[in-house]
Design a protein around this ligand. Structure first.
Ligand code: C2O
Length: 546
C-alpha cells in the first residue's frame, strides 16, 4: 500500500480571502512515520492560488458563457485583501459603440523576447513606449493607469455577470484565466507598438522558470525608468532569487540557499506543467459560467500567485503586484504574464500537433470587452486565443529546463506494512477536523492499469473541503519526488452547495514509486498549526478522461 502523507503549502492571506468570508489559511503537513513503521515517501500537496470559493448559486440549466459586461453597470469594486470597497474607481471610460473584434491579417509576427536576453535598443524602445503610455490623457482608455484598471475591473468584482445580478465577473480561478489574460496583453502590446509606431513590437517575457531569469531584471529597477515601481518588496530586489513557492508565511525565514530555491522552482514548474497538468481542467482551471462563482479547486498556477506576492507583498512599501486592483500598475506584471502566456503555448506544444481543448461552447464563446490601440471598444472571444501565432505574435525560443526535472523517488517499493487497523474513508467521520493526525485509507478502484488505460484516464486523488491555517512550508522538501504540488483551494465556510476541492494527479507519481499494484493508498493528514480550523469534506480517487 502506498502511503501519502499530505501537506498544504500556504497562501498569502490577501490572495486567498473569499470575498464573502473571513480570511483563513491552513496547513496540513506530512509525517514520515506511519504507525511506527518508517515510510520515507512523504507526498506533499500544497494549496496555492487566488482567493475564491465554489458556490453554485443558480440552476446549471440556466448556464451561459460569461459574456462582455455592460460597462455602464460598473460599480466600485472590492479590495480582495481587505474585503472593503476599493478606494479607487477602476471603471473604464464609456463608449457609444461596441464592435466584434476582427483579428487583423498577420503580416510580420510581433516578437516577444526573453527580458533577460533583450538588447539595449529594445529596452530603450520599450521604455519609450511605456513613457508615452503614461503620458496619455487620464481618460484615454490606453493610458497606463486605465490599462491597469482593466485588470482591476475584471478582477475586483465591479461588473455584474448579467443585468443587475449580485454575482460579479471574476476572470481568475477558472478556465477563463489564460484566455482573458492573453487578450489583455494582446491589446496592451498593440497600444505600446502603436505609440512608438512599431507594428512588430512585442512585450518582453520574464523568464522566471529558467535560472537565468529568476530575478527581478535590471530593466525593472533602473532608477527613473518608467518600468520601475517603488511598491515592491525591497527584500526581493536583485540579486535575490525569485521563489516560485513563496508565500507570505515563510517571508520571515532566514533566506534559504539560492541553489535550493532554484531546484524547488524547477520542480514546481515540472509539476505545474507536466505531472499535474494532464487533464484540461487541471491546467486551465474549472468551468465557470453565468450564475456561478469561480472554483479555485483546479488549475495548477501556484507559481503565478507566488510571484505576485513575492514582488509586491504589502510591506511598508509594497502592494502593486500583491493586490489585484493594483497589479497592472507595475510594468513587471506584463512581463510576468507574458511568461504565463508563453507557458500556455509551451504546454499546448507538449500535447502534440493538434492538442485537445475544451469543446464546450460555454468556454469557446465566453467573451470580453477591451479597448484596442485605436480606442475602439471591441468584443473578443475565448475561441480566438488558442494559437498565439494566429494572433500575430511569437516568443523567443528558450530552453525549458524544468522539462527534465521529473523528481526521483528517494525510496521505492517500500510498501507500508500496516500493523494497526486504519479506518477507510467510509469509516472515518467526514467531514473531519484535523486537530490531530488523521489517517485515511483510500481505495483505488482500479490497480495495475495498462499503459492504454493510463493514457485514456488520469488517476486523481480528490480532496474536498479543506480549510487551512498559517504554517511554514518545509522548503527543503519541495524538490523531492514526494512533493506533489501546490494547489488553489480556499473553501467557503458558509457554502452549503458545491464545495471546492483539489485534485492531485497520481498516475505518474505511483509509477515513480512503483506501487501501482496496491489497491489502497494511505493518506495521512498531519496538522502543523491551526488544526482546529482544518476540515476535510472527503477524499476519493477518480479516473478522468477528458
Ligand atoms: Cu490577473 Cu496575475 O493576475
Amino acid at each position: 500500500m502506498a502511503s501519502l502523507p499530505l501537506s498544504f503549502c500556504l497562501l498569502p492571506d490577501f490572495f486567498t480571502k473569499p470575498p464573502h468570508s473571513p480570511p483563513r489559511q491552513s496547513s496540513v503537513s506530512c509525517n514520515a512515520k506511519d504507525g511506527g513503521k518508517l515510510d520515507r515517501r512523504n507526498l506533499l500537496i500544497g494549496i496555492g492560488g487566488f482567493y475564491g470559493g465554489a458556490n453554485l448559486v443558480s440552476s446549471p440549466s440556466l448556464a451561459a458563457p460569461i459574456s462582455a459586461p455592460d460597462l455602464s453597470k460598473c460599480t466600485t469594486g472590492t479590495d480582495l485583501n481587505t474585503n472593503q470597497p476599493l478606494d479607487v474607481n477602476c471603471c473604464p471610460p464609456p463608449s457609444e459603440k461596441i464592435t466584434d473584434y476582427k483579428m487583423p491579417p498577420v503580416t510580420t509576427l510581433r516578437f516577444r523576447p526573453a527580458a533577460h536576453l533583450a538588447s539595449k535598443e529594445y529596452i530603450a524602445k520599450y521604455e519609450k513606449a511605456v513613457e508615452l503610455m503614461k503620458a496619455l490623457p487620464d481618460d484615454d482608455p490606453r493610458n497606463f493607469i486605465q490599462q491597469a484598471n482593466v485588470h482591476c475591473a475584471y478582477c475586483n468584482l465591479t461588473y455584474p455577470q448579467t443585468g443587475d445580478s449580485a454575482l460579479k465577473l471574476q476572470v481568475h480561478n477558472s478556465w477563463l484565466f489564460y484566455p482573458w489574460h492573453r487578450w489583455y496583453l494582446y491589446f496592451y502590446e498593440r497600444i505600446l507598438g502603436k505609440l512608438i509606431d512599431d507594428p512588430t513590437f512585442g512585450l518582453p517575457f520574464w523568464n522566471w522558470d529558467n535560472p537565468d531569469g529568476m530575478v527581478i531584471l535590471e530593466m525593472f529597477v533602473k532608477n527613473g525608468s518608467p518600468l520601475s515601481d517603488a511598491r515592491r518588496n525591497p527584500a526581493h530586489l536583485p540579486p535575490v532569487v525569485a521563489d516560485l513557492n513563496y508565500s507570505a508565511q515563510n517571508s520571515s525565514d532566514p533566506s534559504p540557499d539560492p541553489s535550493q530555491i532554484i531546484r524547488n522552482n524547477l520542480n514546481e514548474m515540472y509539476l505545474e506543467m507536466v505531472r499535474n497538468a494532464v487533464k484540461l481542467e487541471d491546467f486551465y482551471g474549472a468551468k465557470y459560467v453565468i450564475g456561478t462563482e469561480p472554483d479555485p479547486g483546479a488549475g495548477t498556477r501556484g507559481s503565478h500567485t507566488a510571484l505576485h506576492v513575492w514582488v509586491g507583498e504589502p510591506t511598508t512599501t509594497g502592494e502593486d503586484m500583491g493586490n489585484f486592483y493594483s497589479a497592472g500598475r507595475d510594468s513587471i506584471f506584463f512581463s510576468h504574464h507574458a511568461n504565463i502566456d508563453r507557458l500556455w503555448s509551451v504546454w499546448r506544444g507538449l500535447r502534440g500537433e493538434k492538442p485537445k481543448e475544451f469543446t464546450e461552447p460555454d468556454w469557446l464563446n465566453a467573451n470580453f470587452l477591451f479597448y484596442d490601440e485605436n480606442k475602439n471598444l471591441v468584443r473578443v472571444k475565448v475561441k480566438d486565443t488558442l494559437e498565439n501565432e494566429k494572433m500575430g505574435y511569437t516568443f523567443q525560443k528558450v530552453h525549458n529546463p524544468w522539462l527534465t526535472k521529473r523528481p526521483i523517488a528517494r525510496t521505492k517499493k517500500s510498501k507500508v506494512a500496516t500493523t494497526s487497523p486504519l479506518p477507510s474513508v467510509a469509516e472515518t467521520v467526514i467531514p473531519v477536523k484535523l486537530d490531530k493526525v488523521v489517517k485515511v485509507l483510500v481505495d483505488r478502484p482500479k490497480k495495475s492499469r495498462s499503459k492504454q488505460d493510463k493514457e485514456k484516464e488520469e488517476e486523481l486523488l480528490v480532496i474536498e473541503g479543506i480549510e487551512v491555517d498559517t504554517a511554514k512550508f518545509p522548503e527543503e522538501l519541495l524538490d523531492k519526488a514526494e512533493y506533489a504540488g501546490c494547489y488553489s483551494q480556499v473553501p467557503h465556510k458558509n457554502s452549503t452547495k458545491v464545495k471546492s476541492r483539489i485534485r492531485l494527479a497520481l498516475t505518474e507519481l505511483l509509477e515513480d514509486l512503483e506501487v501501482e499494484d496496491d489497491d489502497k493508498i494511505l493518506v495521512s493528514l498531519v496538522p502543523k498549526a491551526g488544526g482546529e480550523d482544518i476540515s476535510i469534506g472527503g477524499i476519493k480517487i477518480i479516473y478522468a478522461s477528458e
